[in-house]
Design a binder for this molecule. Structure first.
Ligand code: FES
Ligand SMILES: [Fe+2]
Length: 445
């Protein structure tokens, strides 16, 4: 493992065995709300949900709800989802299109710019007619790479500074050109940070996900640590783990990867370690005729799986062809619960650029292969909300791998509350967890 410390001036990486209170203590949670959630930039949703003026979605975030709309001038803007008359929740739908926002209680009506447009019996307000001073309350809003970010802070850190080098590193992937194909939320019995911890280390892969241990080269990954608590890991794909004997013939996943780009697995008998580079070259070669534009990506990006965590609660796991947006959101009051979102995005081939109707280049995972082109009758998937119990029962799945994580995390939370456990004890492979918590510590003073 290589640890790459990027623009890292304020906090030095050091292992500190922090105590369990942060996962279980309601007063810690209270302070975290003030110091972390109310001050950070937060990924609220997808720009693709706001196509035309009047389109909106509601971002449910702990005790707050943020209504994000496309205003008349086509700018996306977040507002607190609350009526300025007597505080009723203004919008109760998760997503949709509105000509205006009308409160169900006394019919105060706001236009899509958030201005108060209609107040019934307004002459009866003895302290003056409610007007501009009673517009919907705005929050800072920024769109980047297909995502809408909001901040509840009065004066948040400049968004560019918050992202830092992540902008340059992630923008070439053009997530805004990917399409949402699945939208899920699992209700988990664990603290939101246990989810981030889980997606911040590969130490558990060999044990919790034995199906992956031979095909993921975690030994040659690069871990990156950034200012403001972001982290990344870049894992070589199309290869096998050097910790096990190198197989004579391509593994199942390599076979799928080779076939998806028109290469013959039989040609790689005895040459399994050459597959990664062969995939890169082949994608470079056939990308244009398959309608896939790789021009902004380097060769290793064409084969590798990257995962970048944007502080505090976003995990992007991606290849050039797909991206999972993983996002645990805290419960309003209970530190032992969170809502865990998984939005699956896929890059469909550009029909106009493609010269044949070949299959989409595989994301390098057996899960989630899609048809090559976006279906003409595509409709945005409805969000599926379910408990982790239904994952355990086999009624719902977030992919085999994530199911294994989800099924385990409530046991971690239960163990955390035991008198027999005080502090975590991290190793070098868990450096990203440490880095994340260092920034939590910094935010919490
Ligand atoms: S609370 Fe919304 S109109 Fe009264
Ligand atoms: Fe996992």
């Amino acid at each position: 493992m290589t640890i790459d410390i990027v623009n890292y001036s304020k906090i030095k990486p050091q292992i500190e065995n922090f105590s369990k209170e942060r996962y279980i203590d309601p007063s810690y949670m209270e302070k975290e709300w003030e110091d972390v959630w109310k001050k950070s930039w937060l990924l609220a949703g997808l720009e693709s949900d706001l196509e035309k003026p009047g389109d909106f979605f509601v971002f449910d975030m702990g005790r707050e709800q943020i209504l994000v709309t496309k205003m008349e001038n086509s700018q996306n803007q977040g507002f607190f989802n609350v009526c300025q008359h007597r505080g009723n929740r203004l919008v109760n739908e998760e997503r949709g299109h509105a000509a205006n926002f009308r409160c169900a209680y006394h019919a105060w009506t706001y236009n899509i710019n958030g201005d108060l447009a209609v107040v019934p019996y307004k002459e009866r307000f003895l302290n003056g007619v409610p007007g501009d001073d009673r517009a919907m309350k705005k929050v800072h809003t920024r769109c980047w790479n297909g995502f809408v970010f909001v901040s509840l802070a009065e004066n948040p850190l400049a968004f560019e500074e918050f992202l830092g080098p992540l902008n340059e590193i992630l923008s070439p992937y053009n997530f805004s050109e990917m399409t949402l194909v699945e939208d899920q939320t699992a209700l988990l019995d664990c603290n939101w940070k246990a989810v981030i911890d889980n997606f911040s280390e590969l130490y558990h892969v060999d044990f919790l996900h034995p199906q992956h241990k031979r095909m993921v080269d975690c030994c040659n990954d690069t871990v990156r640590l950034f200012e403001h608590g972001h982290t990344g890991v870049e894992v070589p794909g199309g290869t096998v783990s050097p910790r096990f004997p190198i197989p004579e013939t391509p593994t199942d996943i390599q076979t799928v990867q080779l076939e998806s780009v028109g290469l013959n697995p039989a040609d790689f008998k005895g040459k399994v370690l050459e597959i990664r580079e062969a995939l890169q070259k082949q994608k470079r070669k056939i990308g244009p005729e398959r309608g896939m534009n790789y021009s902004k990506l380097a060769d290793h990006q064409l084969s590798d799986v990257w995962q970048y965590n944007i502080f505090p609660n976003v995990v992007l796991s991606f290849t050039p062809e797909h991206c999972w947006v993983l996002r645990p959101r805290p419960n309003p009051t209970d530190p032992s619960k969170c809502e865990f979102d998984k939005m699956s995005l896929v890059r469909f081939a550009d029909k106009d650029a493609a010269s044949d109707e070949g299959a989409i280049l595989s994301p390098g995972r057996r899960e989630g292969n899609q048809d090559a082109f976006l279906a003409e009758d595509y409709v945005r998937p409805i969000r599926d909300v379910f408990s982790y119990q239904s994952v355990i029962n086999g009624n719902k799945t977030m992919t085999d791998t994530i199911d294994q994580d989800v099924e385990l995390l409530s046991a971690v939370q239960q163990g955390m509350t035991s008198d027999g456990f005080d502090t975590v004890f991290l190793n070098e492979d868990e450096m990203r967890i440490q880095h994340f918590h260092n920034y939590i510590n910094q935010a919490m003073g």
